[in-house]
Design a protein around this ligand. Structure first.
Ligand code: GAP
Length: 450
């Protein structure tokens, strides 16, 4: 029963994402392409807000983290050193009759379309990295890969960044960017995609300080999710058991979120020892050592890696924000209001400006003035289509926290005391207050930033 209700909820969220321009199927007019998604106007703003919040909190407001912006295609040896060529694989089996291909642990329980049961091959390794060729010749010497994670680019640039960043261990290098995985089974809307964005921090520490910094980053990252509006009650941590850890890792915690399709990972926070830097030292022949001026010691730093997915966070925010309420509409009838209760910090549009009527030039002129006043300060949207009630519903579904309406009172037609005032309507309470135009920017700023 719960399953059914929850899958119904997911269908509603997917429909809203299309209806309000959050997420569209990639190449929809050609029938779509599995595992790829495009973000529409509201989704692009939402994603940007997530990335800005992360960059601001993990990089700009700290003194011990710097950022980089590296390439998607790197020297292919990077992926030999990292172990991705050898082991970034899923075991796959094929049906010899119908040529279907599945993950060995996810075989279908249906019959073979060619008749009888499927006739499976032995399991074979399937590498999840997308391959391409660099330059005009397509042979083995030109093979390159689209990065399956952003992390390796950070390790590869460790010495260059260290030489310019005026940082001492412990310090971090952060990056936001696209990653690509040829996932066998993309699913749950954008949750498992083939093209996605990661926000990764490699925080370099002295050997032995791993546990302390790992604990620190798990706490920091959990707190961060609450600052962007994910409710604590839907967040949890999964602690890897010793036998589940990679051979080089000393600890790993996944930050989990309760999606309508189950509790799933948003971010992994791993203590990876010196594995990555040591591997790149070995494969490149270049030193990855760090010299500590104070203790005069040389060592390869250990790393703690909080690694999050922008698209999964966007999906978690969409799921957490979605709410349906029964309200009494303007005509006195009960109706369902769909409202996206995003934290204002993360909402795609902060304020929408409406002229009460679109065919009254004086109203339009005044509303344009108000729009121009707000636009430099907040992501602002202009809307003059349909009646005011419909515009509120549209903005509620987009999660816009505040709507400003310019009406005849604003023009002074209902008395001089109301001239140059507007209504400010709150998304969550639906209450409207009369505000002086001159007070709008400080008031909304206060509501937004506290
Ligand atoms: N450098 C470590 C690393 O890449 P990961 O657990 O494979 O670790 C980190 O990926 C995060 O990237 C995940 O927690 C998730 O948020 C996101 N991610 C991974 N694969 C994804 C996919 N196929 N679709 C969307 N997001 C994905």
């Amino acid at each position: 029963m719960v399953e059914k209700r929850q899958s119904g909820l997911m269908d509603k969220i997917v429909a809203l994402c299309k209806r309000r321009g959050f997420i569209f199927q990639s190449s929809e007019i050609y029938g779509g392409i599995n595992g790829f998604w495009d973000y529409g106007p509201a989704g692009a703003e939402l994603k940007r807000n997530i990335k800005d919040a992360w960059w601001n909190d993990v990089v700009r407001s700290r003194t011990d983290v710097v950022g980089i912006d590296g390439t998607i295609i790197t020297h292919p040896r990077v992926w030999e050193a990292s172990g991705h060529i050898e082991s970034f694989t899923d075991p796959m089996v094929d049906c010899k009759k119908c040529k279907g291909r599945w993950r060995a642990d996810q075989l279908p329980d249906t019959k073979c379309p060619e008749g009888g049961p499927h006739d499976y091959t032995e399991a074979r390794k399937f590498n999840l990295m997308f391959k391409t060729n660099v330059g005009p010749v397509e042979d083995t010497s030109s093979v390159a890969y689209l990065r399956p994670e952003t992390a390796q680019v950070i390790f590869v640039q460790f010495q260059n960044v260290l030489s310019v960043a005026r940082q001492k261990v412990p310090f971090g290098i952060a990056q936001i960017g696209k990653a690509f995985r040829n996932e066998i089974n993309p699913r749950n809307f954008t949750f498992r995609s083939r093209e996605f964005e990661q926000m990764e921090l490699e925080f370099f520490v002295k050997p032995g300080a791993d546990a302390q910094w790992h604990e620190y980053w798990v706490k920091e990252r959990l707190k961060w999710y609450e600052t962007i509006g994910l409710p604590a009650a839907k967040l949890s941590c999964y602690n890897y058991k010793k036998e589940e850890l990679a051979h080089y890792a000393s600890a790993c915690v996944d930050v989990m979120f309760e999606f309508p399709f189950g509790v799933q990972e948003l971010e992994g926070i791993a203590a990876r020892g010196d594995f990555d830097l040591s591997q790149h030292q070995k494969f490149s022949g270049k030193s990855m050592e760090y010299f500590d001026d104070e203790t005069k010691e040389k060592f390869i730093p250990h790393v703690v890696e909080p690694s999050a997915g922008v698209d999964r966070i966007a999906l978690a925010l969409l799921c957490a924000a979605y709410a349906e309420e029964t309200i009494t509409g303007e005509n006195g009838k009960t109706e369902t209001r769909v409202v996206m209760r995003f934290a204002p910090r993360i909402a795609p549009v902060k304020v929408a400006v409406f002229p009460l009527l679109r065919n009254k030039p004086l109203l339009i002129e005044k509303a344009k003035e108000v729009f121009k006043l707000l636009q430099p300060h907040f992501t602002t949207e202009w809307d003059d289509r349909g009646n005011i009630g419909k515009r509120y519903r549209y903005q509620d579904e987009q999660g816009t926290p505040w709507c400003v309406t310019v009406d005849f009172e604003t023009l002074g037609e209902k008395g001089p005391e109301l001239k140059d005032t507007v209504t400010l309507r709150d998304r969550d309470t639906m209450k409207q207050e009369r505000i002086k135009i001159a007070d709008l920017v400080p008031l909304i700023s206060h509501k937004l930033h506290g």
